[in-house]
Design a protein around this ligand. Structure first.
Ligand SMILES: Nc1ncnc2c1ncn2[C@@H]1O[C@H](COP(=O)(O)OP(=O)(O)OP(=O)(O)O)[C@@H](O)[C@H]1O
Length: 254
């Protein structure tokens, strides 16, 4: 019998994962035999040169894309061969997403955006959920903004709404794709502080793809990819240490 992800303290896991795009002469290997897990209650950064496979790895782990070879688990549940409808249900129930472009629904106000994951899942917002959403609105400094639409908010405020939305359903894991990519550095630091607080105070598990050494320096663990492989798996590092590790990888990639 397989060892369970939960026994290993992992919220998401891939084994011997490869992902190829195209065929024949046009075949691109985006991921090349990767085996890795995202640890529960940790903030994990995924770094690497452009084209190294970061987004592809995140998309496969989050059930947004499928593996060519290998196996994928969300918690103890293998998702390798699930169909679109099942993956969609699983994502809504168990995964939170934070994207560079915020991905809020422009026609809904802040509260409408925060309630949306519950409504899409067909379960409605319970009294306990309402209380949790209220606490998040307060903690993320969004009180007084709940009836604003996204275009009436700054980029940093929109990303805080996206973080509140990701946290509201208490997902098993949050996947963040360049969450500070569209923000100035001060606002970006605030957003990273909020993600970090979700890990430290609520025990959330977060995996974040980023190019930014400062963003990655907020993580407990940094995975470095190059050419579709994990080439280093490190504990916390300073921005300077991360930058020099990246320079080494880029030199190899050239
Ligand atoms: N849909 C696709 N069709 C064909 N090739 C793809 C597709 N998506 C990604 N690739 C290729 O797979 C490789 C890995 O891409 P991926 O986007 O995962 O890298 P990345 O590290 O996230 O890059 P970046 O930092 O530039 O966003 C690249 O060579 C890319 O061109």
């Amino acid at each position: 019998m397989d060892i369970q992800s939960s026994d290993m303290g992992l919220v998401a896991r891939v084994a011997n994962l490869s992902k190829h795009y195209g065929r024949g002469d046009h075949r691109v290997t985006a991921l090349d035999d990767i085996s890795i897990g995202i640890r529960r209650g940790q903030f994990t950064a995924i770094m690497g040169p452009s084209g190294s496979g970061k987004s592809t790895l995140m998309h496969v782990m989050a059930g947004l894309d499928t593996a060519t070879e290998g196996r994928v688990w969300l918690g103890d549940d293998e998702i390798t061969h699930l169909g679109d409808a099942e993956l969609t249900r699983l994502r809504r129930r168990r995964i939170g997403f934070v994207f560079q472009s915020f991905n809020l629904v422009p026609t809904l106000d802040v509260m409408g955006n925060l309630r949306l994951p519950f409504e899409l899942d067909g379960r409605g917002v319970s009294a306990v959920d309402r209380e949790r959403i209220g606490a998040l609105v307060h903690a993320l400094g969004l009180s007084g903004r709940t009836s604003h639409r996204p275009h009436e908010l700054s980029g940093g405020q929109q990303q805080r709404v996206a973080i509140a939305r990701a946290l509201a359903t208490q997902p098993d894991v949050i996947f963040a794709d360049e969450p500070t990519g569209a923000l100035d550095s001060r606002t970006g630091r605030e957003v990273l502080g909020l993600l970090r607080a979700a890990v430290v105070q609520q025990g959330q598990s977060i995996a974040m793809v980023t190019h930014d050494p400062v963003a990655a320096s907020h993580a407990d663990r940094i995975l470095f990819l190059a050419d579709g492989r994990i080439v280093a798996d490190r504990g916390p590092m300073t921005p300077e240490q991360i930058s020099s590790a990246m320079l080494g990888l880029e030199a190899v990639a050239v």
